[in-house]
Design a protein around this ligand. Structure first.
Ligand code: PMP
Length: 351
């Protein structure tokens, strides 16, 4: 027996690389937004009274929860705010998956889900997606301790129609269904309109992608008041003051600038559609994406070789050395210029 035996050992989630190389790089590996946050965010941060940093921030992130609630047509106590959606999801796993019956999520999905399940000792079953990487709704009509569905899914980019999400939620009234909508603004259908219809639904979103604020760390959940209360109780049992004053001020400004949000998200969608066509011309099979990334496999050249080659050109994309997807690349949609550069480099390499 040694002290090592008493240590909780976990296999952590591996985030995309933050490259440390000289010179200009094109970073298309962690699904960040290619444009800066709204000018209103800059203004909000500039006008933040430094004295507020002396004080603890609002424990429920009330100003931000209120702004999010108003934007989506909910009450403040139907919204939970956290340090990125990773924090919201981690707290949600701990709160809502306390059953001994396994929770369900797809075999190919956000690779943090099994990490949280292992950390909190939540039993789980990874349900295989169909061969075309879509969800079979019937797989989620079996006894379970809870369900997590990323919609649109990552890293495939494929969106599940809202009717299918509703079918899953409806078929599972005795457990909580979490819908992780990190990428929904790029083409998915949000389940937010179902929140007041189904008590067992929790919808999670983030400011990290479509609101250009991955560095600010803001995520949120919308659910009925009872769920939000249980979730807050767990959070208050770990860390009361999660949202710092700067994130609160920036977050409110980010959600209020609707025009900028719409304009920049549309730009990303247009670039995605353009990039998609170019990749197909170059011999890639590209899965139908409703996100700010594409998941693509080349007909002749192994994904890993392309990934390594792009790195030598200071272009970083994401490669997962995992069952079923080890011949795919996940490519974040950058600016049009960045994507043109990517296409040019690929053209030279593949010819
Ligand atoms: N869900 C999915 C499906 C994601 O891809 C990510 C980004 N890695 C997150 C949640 C978490 O993002 P964040 O913590 O930045 O909100």
């Amino acid at each position: 027996m040694s002290y090592i035996d008493n240590i909780r050992k976990v296999v952590p989630y591996t985030p995309g690389e933050q490259p440390k190389v000289e010179g200009e790089i094109i970073k298309l590996n962690t699904n960040e937004f290619p444009y800066p946050p709204s000018a209103m965010v800059e203004k909000a941060l500039e006008s933040l009274d430094i004295d507020t940093l002396r004080l603890y921030p609002n424990v429920t992130a009330a100003p931000l929860a209120r702004a999010i609630a108003k934007y989506y047509g909910f009450e403040e106590d139907e919204v939970f705010v956290g340090v990125g959606s990773d924090d919201v999801l981690a707290n949600s796993f701990l709160t809502f998956f306390a059953s001994d019956v396994p929770i369900l999520f797809p075999d190919i999905t956000y690779s943090f889900y099994d990490v949280w399940a292992d950390l909190y000792k939540i039993p789980y079953v990874r349900v295989p997606l169909k061969d075309d990487f879509t969800v079979d709704v019937n797989d989620y009509k079996v006894k379970n301790g809870g369900i997590v569905i990323a919609n649109p899914n990552a890293p495939t980019g494929i969106a599940l129609p809202l009717e299918s999400i509703e079918e899953i939620v409806k078929a599972n009234p005795d457990v909580i269904v979490i819908v992780d909508e990190a990428y929904v603004d790029f083409g998915g259908e949000s389940a937010l309109p179902l929140v007041r219809k189904y008590e067992n639904l929790l919808v999670v979103q983030t400011f990290s992608k479509s609101r250009a604020a991955a560095g600010m760390r803001i995520g949120f959940a919308v659910g009925n008041k009872t769920l939000i209360k249980y979730l807050s109780d767990v959070k208050f049992s770990i860390n009361s003051y999660t949202m710092n004053q700067m994130a609160l001020a920036a977050g409110v400004a980010a959600i209020e600038d609707k025009e900028y949000f719409k304009e920049t998200v549309t730009r990303v969608i247009n670039t995605r559609n353009w990039a998609n066509k170019q990749l197909v011309k170059l011999g890639f099979n590209v899965l139908p994406s409703s996100t700010n990334f594409v998941f693509a496999s080349h007909k002749d050249v192994p994904a890993r070789d392309i990934f390594e080659y792009l790195k030598t050109k200071n272009i970083f994309v994401r490669y997962f050395n995992k069952d079923r997807i080890d011949n795919y690349l996940r490519i974040t949609i950058g600016t049009k210029e960045q994507m043109e550069k990517l296409v040019k480099v690929l053209e030279e390499y593949l010819k």
